[in-house]
Design a protein. Structure first.
Length: 113
């Protein structure tokens, strides 16, 4: 049986009619840049008084989100992170991020902040 690794940690049932099923989590396919609708925010909440630029609304795989975050961080010359569908760039770089995203073909807007 090839799927024994998926069954590790499973508690077996004594029910003779029980059938084990694996749940396949489907990753969301990444939309093309021109179909993305990104919002760029300035956020100061819960960050010790420091501001960050948030990019929200990305639809796609985690790897693509990481790649976009890496590009924005390197072009702005700052640190940050990309997780849970949003990219965090340290500091107020809203104008630069909107410009970089537009150049890369993304549809984006500055939102509240």
């Amino acid at each position: 049986m090839a799927d024994w690794k998926e069954r590790l940690g499973m508690v077996y049932s004594t029910n003779p009619d029980f059938e084990y099923t694996t749940s396949d989590v489907e990753e969301v396919a990444t939309l093309a840049p021109e179909k993305q609708d990104l919002r760029v925010w300035l956020d100061r909440k819960h960050r010790g008084g420091k501001s960050v630029t948030l990019v929200k609304g990305f639809v796609g795989t985690d790897d693509d989100l990481q790649e976009l975050g890496r590009m924005l961080k390197s072009r702005c010359g700052v640190g940050g992170s990309a997780k849970d569908g949003e990219i965090i760039i340290q500091g107020d770089h809203r104008d630069r991020v909107v410009e970089l995203l537009a150049k890369a073909g993304y549809k984006c807007k500055k939102a509240g902040g």
